[in-house]
Design a binder for this molecule. Structure first.
Ligand SMILES: [Fe+2]
Length: 317
């Protein structure tokens, strides 16, 4: 049976990708950003997920303004990096997991979430930058990745509550998949930023930090943030944070925050990152406890002595 072991959120700033691709990660400006992901790489190397579900948004790379699906699930076997104006990023092709993706599509659509099924798609920095941040720059990504693209580029994007509930439906889908897979869900985008207009360059650290706090402790409070509040407090592109709520809906209500990182700025964006682990399931604990020899069941000296007497009596000694 597949299960979700953790959720990760991370900003997906395109300039971070450019810093990696142009060998600038050790420059002081970028070192400050990348060093914040050292622990995440260590965590990921230990966690070794079998599959990642990457919730991100397409930035007019795979979908033009002609077609903008609200939720688009990548069911293909592979997703090449998109050309975002400077040629495709020199990162590995993202290998998908068509069986699990198709299963999620069926389960989630029958649960009345109308996903768009995408059988051919290129993926942009929205997906590949977070993969770099937690996996580094390997020749091949270490596990299959199922992309889930959410529209946050043209009004109206889905509400935070809708995203949260989609996360719950995805969890249900994953947990009904018969293969024994350990899945990590990524929520990407944000944090506060605005890239154009009179408020370009806006960063609101107070809002971001409260969002991170509540992501762990009170995610339902975040589902009540309106589009207007996101845009007023976190800038026009801060609306990307609704995607973090898909991740949050897909994990337990009570989780362990195992790592958090926040820095400003990276390019014109606040960078936030969090790792939330599902707590051990009560069922799993019970199974392990059952597998262990019980102390109470272990025969004590007195019980062994009593058993010897009983045997002796039966044998007529
Ligand atoms: Fe974005």
């Amino acid at each position: 049976m597949a299960r979700i072991i953790a959720g990760i959120s991370s900003s997906h700033v395109p300039a971070i990708g450019a810093a990696i691709d142009n060998g600038r990660t050790q420059e002081p400006y970028w070192q400050r950003v990348f060093s914040g992901f050292d622990k995440s790489k260590e965590w990921m190397a230990k966690a070794k997920p079998d599959v990642v579900i990457g919730v991100y948004n397409d930035h007019a790379s795979a979908f033009s303004v002609e077609i903008i699906p609200t939720f688009a699930l990548g069911c293909a076997a592979e997703f090449p990096p998109a050309d975002e104006g400077w040629g495709p990023r020199p990162v590995p092709v993202v290998k998908g997991h068509p069986e699990l993706a198709s299963h999620i599509a069926q389960s989630v659509i029958l649960d009345e979430f109308d996903l768009t099924i995408v059988n051919k798609m290129e993926v942009d920095h929205g997906l590949t930058v977070p993969l770099n941040l937690v996996f580094g720059s390997p020749k091949e990504w270490p596990c299959p990745v199922i992309p889930l693209a959410v529209n946050v580029v043209q009004y109206p994007p889905p509400t935070g509550h809708r995203c949260f509930m989609l996360g719950k439906a995805i969890r249900k889908a994953v947990e009904s998949f018969p293969q024994d897979l350990r899945v990590v869900v990524f929520g990407t985008g944000g944090m506060s930023h605005q890239i154009s207009g009179p408020r370009a360059g806006l960063i609101n650290s107070k809002f971001d930090k409260a969002f991170l706090d509540n992501l762990t402790k009170d995610p339902k409070k975040l589902t009540r943030i309106s589009h207007l509040e996101f845009m007023r407090e976190a800038g026009a592109e801060g609306i990307e944070m609704v995607m973090w709520l898909v991740m949050r809906g897909a994990i337990d209500d009570k989780v362990d925050e195992v790592y958090r990182f926040y820095t400003v700025p990276a390019s014109n964006t606040a960078v936030g990152h969090i790792i939330l682990e599902n707590r051990q399931r009560a069922g799993a604990k019970r199974k392990r406890a059952a597998a262990r020899p019980s102390k109470r069941a272990a025969p004590s000296k007195t019980r062994r002595a009593a058993a010897r007497v009983k045997t002796a009596v039966r044998r007529g000694k």
